[in-house]
Design a protein around this ligand. Sequence first.
Ligand code: SF4
Length: 440
Amino acid sequence: MYQSGKLTARNSGETPHIESLPDAIQSAAMSASPTPRDADIGWYVHLPFCRTKCGYCDFYSLPTISTLIPDLVAAIRHELTTRNPDRGVRTIFVGGGTPTELPEENLDDLLGAIGRMAGDRVVEWTVEANPSSASELKLDVLRKHGVNRVSFGAQSFFPDELQVLERIHDPAHIAESVLAARRAGIDNVNIDLIYGIPGQSMARWRESMQRAIDLGTDHLSCYALMYEPGTAMTKFREQGRVTPCDESLEADMFEATIDVLAAAGYEQYEISNFAKPGRRCEANLVYWRNQEYLGVGPSAVSFLNGIRRKNIADVRKYIARVVENADDIVVESESLDSTHRAGETAIQLLRLIDGIDRQQFIQTTGFDAVALFAVAIEEMRAASLIEVTEEAIRLTRRGLLLSNYVMRAFLACVDEDDRAASADRRFVTLNVDRNDQTGP
Ligand code: SF4
C-alpha cells in the first residue's frame, strides 16, 4: 500500500515554482485553500512482523522476533501518544507486516490503546491479516476493540501459485478465515489477489476471482505481480528461475478483472480496487485523495500539516529511539510546494475511476487542472488515454492500462526532472507500475 511509497527529498518552502507558471495559474495557486487543519484524518499503524518473508514483498517486514513484540507495542503506543495531532480520526488501518502475527494479549493491548486514543468518530477500522494466522480468538480480539473491516492477503486459490509467491497459507485457509471473520461479527471483508504470477493461465486467474466472489467478499484488491528491486522474486527472475507472465496476457488479465468483477456486482472505483456498493475502502481513499494521515510504527509514513515524513525502517532502532525522542525516528521529511502538491494530488486522483473533480481540485490546490496540465492533457487526449468533461478529468479504459504513462505526463507539467524523463515516455510499455504491491 501507499505506506511503502518511496519518499524523495524535494523542494521545501512554499511556492518556489510558481513564478515559472502563467499568470492565471499563479493567481489561482495563491488563493489555494490548504487542507483544513481541523479536518478529520486517517491513522496508519505498521507492524512489521511476518512468519516468513514472501518472495515478492518489498514492504518493511521481517520474520517475527517474539522477544521484541512487547517493546514494539509499547513503542507504538508511545509514538501514538506523543504524535497524536489531536484531530478527529475517521479511519484506522493496521497493516504491515502481518498484524495478526502478534499473540492475542499483545494485540489486545495495542488495539485497546489505539481505540481509546482514536475516539468515537472512526467510521472504518481495518486490520490486515494472513489467512493462516487469523484465529477465531484473534478475530474476537479485533471485534472487541471496534475493528469493523478485515483484509486478507489471499493472493491465489491455487497451492502451486502460492508456492511461487512463497506464501505460507493453504487455499483452504482463505474460506475458513473469511467465515471466521463473519462469525466474529466482522462482516466487511477484503481479499487481496495477485495476477501475472509466473505460470498462471487466464483460466486460473478467472477461477481465483470466482472463488473470491463465491465467498461473498465485499471488496477485492487485484494487483499485478511486481518485480521490486531487492526482492527474492526479482533475483529469481534474473537467475532465470522464474519466467514472468507475458505482458499481453497480463494486460488481458487486467481487462478480464474489470469485466468479471463488474458482472459480479463489484464497482471498480480505483485502478486495482473493486467494491460492492457502500464498501469502498475509506482508509485508502484518504491516500488517493491526497488527504492527511498519521502513520506510526517502523517505516510508516505520515502526511500532516503539509509535511510528509517517514519513520525509520528498522524495528530495533525504532524501539530504542522512540521513547527518547519521537523526532529521532524520522529518516525522511519533505514539504512540497503548492505546484508539486497539485501534481501529486492529480496523479493520486487519476487512480480513481471518478478522476479529478475539476472544481474540487481548484478548491483544494488552488490550480485549474486543465490549465496546469494542459500539455499532458492534449497529448493524452489525442492518445485516447484520458477524457475531459466540464466536471472531471479521468482515465479512459485504455488509460487504465497505461496509467503510469499518463501520470508521468501529468508530473512532467510540474516537475523539471519528470519533464526530462518524459522524453522517454514513448518507450514505456505495458509493464507499468499501475499499482502498489499487495500486503499480508
Ligand atoms: S507480502 Fe505480506 S505476509 Fe508476505 S512478507 Fe510481505 S507483508 Fe508479510
